[in-house]
Design a protein around this ligand. Structure first.
Ligand code: HEC
Length: 316
């Protein structure tokens, strides 16, 4: 082994063998033993130092012994040293890939012109270069066939496919994660089942103050377009979730109702706007016209159909 490899291979090799043995022998679960037991780091450091020390000692002994050898023996020793392992395979490969002629054979490829003493060698192209060139040709043919003959997906198409996939994933996610709605993601739920659920929640929690028809009592009228705390699905969701102004009586419902339930009842509240309650409380708060409100949407649609194009609506 000594004569086959230089020290900079020997030391790391031994070191990693010992390191591997430690990891193999010490049971440290999923983590590396050197992390679980820091003392092993110290041990490895010691091992490394000992390896280096051994190497240095052996080398100096060799050196001393070399000096004591007679001339003849010195020569012999040096001869064996130069026979050491010299990466023959790597050299061979390098030779093969560069395709260089050894200097002794250059006479075979020298061209017979001579420019002021400068002469030219007719070297072959280096094989590494030629193989790479062939590889690019093969690549080019495959590329051409795939993208220009058989219309493979190009970057734009790949991008669009990924977008579609992502959108599907979002839809899927939303389906499974309805419960995760919050003020930022809440949207008007137009499914009849959601509105029905919203109505049920409203009837069992909110009628005491807002009346079953939304006409209002202790709480404000929910059927008019005026809102104290802001209209639109987001504001209404926010009011239900966080409650109204302090001391007014509208509590925060987020402890009682799930996010999806608040979204359902908020959607139901939106559908009440525009209905005529039995005992409407007078309008309070600001007029809020929300183009996304289902009732307003219908009105705008009807107006558009009647083609009265002189309507101007203050849009929020
Ligand atoms: C104890 C009485 C009470 C109950 C029960 C109650 N509210 Fe209210 N609600 C109020 C009061 C009072 C206000 C006005 C708050 C303010 O002015 O800050 C209000 C305001 C609101 C508003 C905002 C109205 C606006 O003009 O901005 C909405 C929306 C609302 N309530 C929905 C609900 C829903 C949905 C429920 C049932 C889950 C509910 N409320 C239950 C008393 C109540």
């Amino acid at each position: 082994m000594r004569n086959m490899s230089p020290w900079w291979i020997r030391i790391p090799l031994l070191f990693f063998i010992i390191f591997g043995l430690i990891e193999y022998v010490i049971d440290s679960g999923n983590q590396l033993a050197i992390i679980v037991y820091p003392i092993t780091q110290l041990f490895l450091l010691l091992v490394l130092m000992i390896l280096i020390a051994i190497e240095l000692i052996v080398q100096s002994i060799e050196n001393v012994m070399f000096q004591t050898l007679p001339e003849k023996a010195k020569e012999r020793y040096l001869a064996t040293q130069s026979n050491t392992w010299q990466w023959t395979w790597a050299r061979k490969w390098y030779q093969k890939l560069t395709g260089n002629k050894p200097i002794e054979e250059e006479g075979e490829i020298i061209l017979d012109h001579n420019y002021d003493g400068i002469r030219e060698l007719d070297n072959d192209l280096p094989p590494w270069w030629v193989y790479m060139f062939y590889a690019t040709i093969v690549f080019g043919v495959i590329y051409l066939a795939r993208y220009h003959v058989f219309n493979g997906a190009d970057q734009n198409m790949e991008y669009e496919m990924e977008v579609v996939e992502a959108q599907l994933a979002i839809v899927e996610y939303k389906k499974n994660a309805k419960d995760l709605v919050d003020i930022n993601t809440v949207e008007f739920l137009e499914d009849a089942s959601d509105l029905k659920a919203g109505e049920a929640i409203f009837l069992s929690n909110c009628v005491a103050c807002h009346m079953a028809d939304g006409g209002g009592g202790i709480g404000p009228n929910l059927t008019d377009p005026n809102w104290i705390l802001g209209g639109g699905i987001k504001n209404i969701f926010q009011t239900i979730s966080e409650g109204g102004r302090d001391g007014k009586g509208m509590i925060s419902w987020k402890q009682t109702l799930k996010p999806i339930e608040m979204a359902q009842v908020a959607s139901y509240v939106l559908t009440m706007e525009g209905k005529i309650p039995a005992n409407p409380k007078e309008a309070q708060g600001e007029l809020w016209i929300d183009v996304n409100n289902p009732t307003i949407k219908n009105i705008l649609k009807e107006r558009n159909e009647q083609e009265t194009d002189t309507v101007s609506v203050a849009l929020n």
